[in-house]
Design a protein around this ligand. Structure first.
Ligand code: GAL
Length: 649
């Protein structure tokens, strides 16, 4: 199914017919159509209405809701409602509930109250999915499906209760086969952690001090696998009962707790939920107050586009190419869940929509149609206010001319490599509490974007043959396959490594030969020391300031490009080069900027110096210039008003 291949950008909305009186449905459908929307996503939290008591379904309302939208010519995206198991189910099977890391049961009364490993829950999830798929799978108004809703939201990927406890040792047994191999992989000789049977292995929480990172790493893999198989069960039922319809899932901003590459493999295309102002306030802990202030009403351009680029790249996993994606929930007014929730600037909804297109979105679907008049989200906005009058975002959506945004490729010549296993192991032992995996990645990504460069964010197993420059800012966990792929890539591309590269093996240990392991000959050197810099500690590499992290190398046959000038690493190499491989050990925005600039020139990727708050992105032979500033700017020969976009040929 190739529903993602529309000739130009297409719009949709998330709606909740069950939240409003029946007499509003036709009116809303008509207004949605008039607004130029194509898709309406419904029903992701409506299990209790579909099945008020066990085995007794009530489809009347949903039949009508689908019919009303279909009659109006709108296409329905139906969701499996498994993010909200009903009260009767939890009362009957409390073992479905997840447990938090402190060993407390997470109660009914909001959403996502289930453990992915629960066999009982899986059975009910398959049952409700089949019931829905059989009823609506071939309805002409149903264009496709969304599985569940935002896997992992509210910290629900990992559960520490009996269901996961029962499943984890079996999962380990199939991964390691023998307990001796597991002991070896985890290094259990340390602190007498050796097991003599898989049944002795618990979950890595409530330990006296930090648990073994290899244990945690496998627990992350296990929990991720539970999500993958949970989703695959739904997908296979939907494929069987709903042929020709697409299947997607709405992933989240900077979400780290499961392997999105693995979890998206069975989907036709990827979707994600874009909340630019919330994301800046809530997720980007590393951004300064000044930055948060500056972008409070627009979100930070790079935080938004990084997620677009990452989700475009998910389907490139294991040999594939980046693909158009959907924004399933696009913020169109203020949100309710960040510490501060400012109103978006005038023009922000148009800016976000155009930016999504420029980074490869096929469809942008706004959250939500009308602001909720009940329960947890009454402080959240929609396209309509609570009183049904059009809110600020509505007019910006109305003014969009969709044929201005044609389908086509994002012509990125630069790849930024990302993988979730590196993220898990990096963030478990940050060694500098201020330097997370994402912060390290964003330093490189933002620098590239500030130079006007289009970037594909992809897994190292993707097809890397088309890139002139490949940047791997934080690939700390290195499997033999990844090493092989990178070795091959250096035959045609310039490769840049950041600190902590190949510092961990697949099981989370350090290679016996130290950092880089069998990649040492490719980079041409070895680690001497790493240095974690507390706030206020600054060292120098030539004229550049180094903060947070400094890694010093002993060059074997690499050439030292830069050397530390101060601190315990004075005189030691900070940046080394061998052939097509440049390794940058220091965290230094100025140094990274200059080195990336030089590397882009060497790789013949053209750069464009854009003023602060301005970003350019290319797609389908056009260039979209975006002004995220709250003031007008002269750029590329045009005067751009505050918070606006300009399309250049
Ligand atoms: C998303 C979620 C929606 C809604 C929205 C509010 O994370 O999928 O159901 O809660 O946030 O911004």
């Amino acid at each position: 199914m190739t529903e993602q291949h529309h000739p130009h950008l297409t719009l949709g909305v998330c709606d909740y017919p069950e939240h409003v009186p029946r007499d509003r449905w036709e009116i809303y459908a008509q207004q949605q159509k008039e607004l130029g929307l194509t898709y309406v996503r419904i029903a992701e939290f409506a299990w209790a209405l579909m099945e008020p008591t066990e085995g007794e379904y009530n489809w009347t309302w949903l039949d009508e809701a689908v019919e009303v939208l279909h009659r109006e010519g709108l296409k329905v995206v139906l969701c499996t409602p498994t993010a909200t198991p009903p009260a009767w189910l939890i009362r009957k099977h409390p073992e479905i509930l997840a447990w938090d890391a402190q060993g407390k049961v997470r109660a009914f009364g909001s959403r996502r109250h289930y453990d992915f490993a629960s066999e009982v829950y899986r059975e009910h999830s398959r049952r409700i999915t089949r019931a829905m798929a059989e009823r609506y799978g071939q309805h002409p108004g149903v264009a496709g499906w969304q599985t569940d809703n935002e896997f992992g939201c509210h910290d629900t990927t990992r559960s520490y209760g009996p269901a996961s406890q029962a499943a984890f040792p079996m999962w380990l047994q199939s991964r390691y086969e023998s307990i001796d191999q597991l002991n070896e992989a985890w290094g259990n000789v340390f602190w007498s952690q050796t097991y003599s049977g898989f049944d002795q292995i618990g979950l890595p929480n409530l330990t006296v001090t930090e648990p073994n990172p290899s244990h945690v790493l496998d627990y992350c893999r296990f929990a991720s696998d539970m999500i993958r198989t949970f989703q695959e069960e739904q997908v296979s039922i939907l494929r069987e009962c709903s042929p020709g319809r697409f299947i997607t899932h709405n992933f989240m901003i900077f979400f780290s707790d499961f392997d999105h590459y693995e979890v998206s493999k069975c989907l036709d295309f990827v979707s994600w939920d874009a909340y630019p102002t919330g994301m800046l306030e809530f997720f980007a802990s590393w951004e300064s107050d000044e930055v948060k202030q500056k972008y409070a009403r627009t979100g930070h351009p790079d935080l938004i586009s990084f997620n677009h680029d990452l989700y475009r790249g998910l389907k490139a996993y294991q040999g594939g190419h980046p693909l158009p994606f959907w924004v399933m929930e696009q913020q169109c007014g203020q949100v309710n869940w960040a510490p501060y929730n400012p109103l978006p600037a005038d023009g922000a909804v148009k800016l976000w929509t155009a930016q999504a297109w420029a980074h490869g979105a096929d469809t942008v679907s706004y959250f939500r149609w009308r602001a909720a008049t009940m329960a947890q989200e009454v402080m959240h906005s929609g396209l309509l206010r609570h009183d049904e009058t059009p809110d600020r975002g509505f007019d910006e959506v109305k003014a969009l001319s969709l044929s201005d945004f044609p389908a086509g490729d994002v012509p990125a010549q630069v790849a930024l490599l990302h993988d979730y296993e590196s993220l898990w192991i990096w963030d478990q032992q940050k060694h500098n509490q201020d330097l997370s995996y994402w912060r390290q990645v964003m330093l490189y990504y933002s620098t590239l974007r500030s130079l006007g460069v289009d970037v594909d964010v992809v897994h190292p197993s993707s097809d890397l043959s088309k890139y002139a420059l490949i940047v791997a800012p934080a690939l700390t966990l290195m499997t033999e396959e990844t090493m092989e792929a990178l070795r091959k890539a250096t035959e045609h591309a310039l490769l840049i490594f950041g600190p902590r590269t190949a510092y961990r093996t697949a099981s989370g240990r350090t290679p016996e030969t130290g950092q880089f392991g069998t990649l040492a000959d490719l980079v041409g050197g070895k680690l001497r020391n790493f240095d974690s810099l507390r706030p206020g500690l600054r060292e120098k590499v030539d004229q550049y300031d180094v903060t947070l992290w400094a890694e010093g190398y002993q060059c074997e046959d690499a050439t030292p490009v830069h050397v530390y000038e101060s601190g315990p690493l004075a005189g030691v190499c900070a940046v080394m080069r061998k052939g097509n491989v440049l390794t940058i050990g220091a965290h230094s925005p100025g140094l990274v900027y200059d080195l990336l600039r030089e590397a882009l020139a060497e790789a013949r990727v053209s750069v464009l110096d854009v003023p602060e708050g301005i970003r350019v992105s290319r797609r389908s032979g056009k260039m979209l210039v975006q002004n995220f500033n709250a003031y007008g700017v002269d750029v590329l020969g045009t005067r751009m008003p505050a918070v606006s976009v300009e399309m250049l040929p």
